[in-house]
Design a protein around this ligand. Structure first.
Ligand code: PSU
Ligand code: MN
Length: 306
C-alpha cells in the first residue's frame, strides 16, 4: 500500500532486493543546514565515501509529493539550490504529498521513509533534541519521538549544545532509545568530542554494534538507536569559541522571537556566520566520518540478515 508513495532509485532497489548494504542520508542538512554550494559538494562527497566503504547511498527527499529514496544528481542539485523546499518532519508528510510539494527530510522523516524502504542504517550530522528552556517553550524535536518507535540506527556526532544535551538524553532514556558511543564513553557534542554526559554503552566495533541492532529488532524492541561518533580530533573546534558562538546565536534567536521549525536552521546559520565558516568545515568533516562508520555498520548488518 505505502509503496505507491515511494520512488526508489533502481540501484538502491536492486541493493535492497539482494540484501546488500544501503545507507540512508537526510536532506534537511542539505537544504536548511548548510549553504549552497558547499551543501551539494558535501552531499556528493558523502555518497562517494559510502560507496568506498562498501555500501550504496540513498539520499532521501521529497519532490512534487513523491518520496525519493536515492536522488539523481540533478535532484540533489535541486535540493541544495531550490527555494521552495519545505523542512519536512513527521507531521508534514501527508500534506506535502497531497499538495505535491518539495520537502527536505529531517532525521524524523528520513527515518520514516528509510523504514518504509527497508533501510536500517542512516547517517547524518546531528540529531534534533530538547531545546534549552524547553520547560518554557516545549520545543522538543520530533526526532526524539521517532527514535522511540522507528527501527533505524542513526549514526551522528551527537547533538549540538544549542540543545540541552542532558535533557535530550533523559528524554531518550524515558522512551527506551539506546544511546551508544562509538569508541567513546562520552556522548559527543557535535563540534567537540566531549559533552560532559555519558553514553549508555561504549561500542568499539561495527560487528558488535550490528549484533546489538539485530538483537533489538529480533526481540521486537522497536525503535532506533543513537550512535554517537565523535568528530575526529584534528577537526574538533575550540570549546570556548563554539560555546560563545552558540550563546550569541541563542541570544539573537530569543531577541528576534524565532520559534518552531525555524529555530534549528536559524541557529545553524548564525553559528556559521559567527565562527566565519570554521564551524562549517568541522560540520562537513564530521559527516564524512559518520559516513565511513555508517557504511561499515551497514556492511556488518547486511551479513546478519542474509
Ligand atoms: N542539527 C544539526 N544539523 C541539522 C539538523 C539538526 O546539527 O541539519 C536538522 C536535522 O534535519 C534535524 C532537524 O532532524 O534539524 C531538527 O529540527 P527540529 O529541531 O526543528 O526538529
Ligand atoms: Mn523544534
Amino acid at each position: 500500500m505505502y509503496k505507491k508513495y515511494l520512488d526508489i532509485h533502481p540501484e538502491v532497489q536492486k541493493a535492497l532486493e539482494e540484501n546488500k548494504p544501503v545507507v540512508a542520508l537526510e536532506s534537511t542538512i542539505i537544504s536548511h543546514g548548510m549553504p549552497y554550494p558547499e551543501n551539494i559538494k558535501t552531499a556528493r562527497a558523502v555518497e562517494n565515501i559510502i560507496r568506498e566503504n562498501g555500501a550504496i547511498p540513498a539520499t532521501i527527499g521529497i519532490l512534487k509529493g513523491r518520496f525519493k529514496v536515492g536522488l539523481t544528481d540533478d535532484e540533489l542539485e535541486y535540493m541544495g539550490k531550490g527555494e521552495d523546499i519545505l523542512k519536512a518532519s513527521r507531521r508534514d508528510l501527508p500534506f506535502i504529498i497531497a499538495k505535491e510539494l518539495n520537502g527536505a527530510t529531517t532525521v524524523a522523516s528520513t527515518m520514516i521513509i528509510s523504514a518504509l524502504a527497508g533501510i536500517k542504517v542512516f547517517v547524518t550530522g546531528g540529531i534534533g533534541g530538547v531545546h534549552r528552556e524547553a520547560q518554557e517553550t516545549f520545543d522538543i524535536s520530533a526526532d526524539l519521538m521517532e527514535l522511540s518507535h522507528t527501527n533505524v540506527a542513526v549514526v551522528c556526532s551527537g547533538a549540538k549544545s544549542i540543545l540541552d544535551i542532558g535533557l535530550t538524553l533523559e528524554y531518550l532514556e524515558t522512551h527506551g532509545v539506546p544511546v551508544v558511543g562509538f569508541g567513546t564513553e562520552e556522548f559527543p557534542a557535535f563540534f567537540t568530542r566531549k559533552s560532559g554526559f555519558h553514553v549508555d554503552y561504549r561500542i568499539d566495533s561495527e560487528t558488535e554494534l550490528a549484533k546489538a541492532l539485530k538483537a533489538k529488532w529480533d526481540l521486537n524492541l522497536n525503535g532506533g538507536v543513537v550512535v554517537g561518533n565523535p568528530i575526529p580530533k584534528e577537526y574538533e573546534m575550540d570549546y570556548n569559541t563554539i560555546t560563545n558562538a552558540i550563546e550569541d546565536a541563542l541570544k539573537e534567536a530569543k531577541e528576534k522571537g524565532i520559534k518552531g521549525k525555524e529555530t534549528t536552521p536559524f541557529l545553524l546559520s548564525k553559528i556559521k556566520a559567527i565562527t566565519s565558516g570554521k564551524s562549517l568545515s568541522s560540520n562537513i568533516q564530521l559527516v564524512y566520518n559518520n559516513a565511513r562508520l555508517g557504511a561499515k555498520l551497514a556492511v556488518e548488518l547486511s551479513k546478519l540478515y542474509q
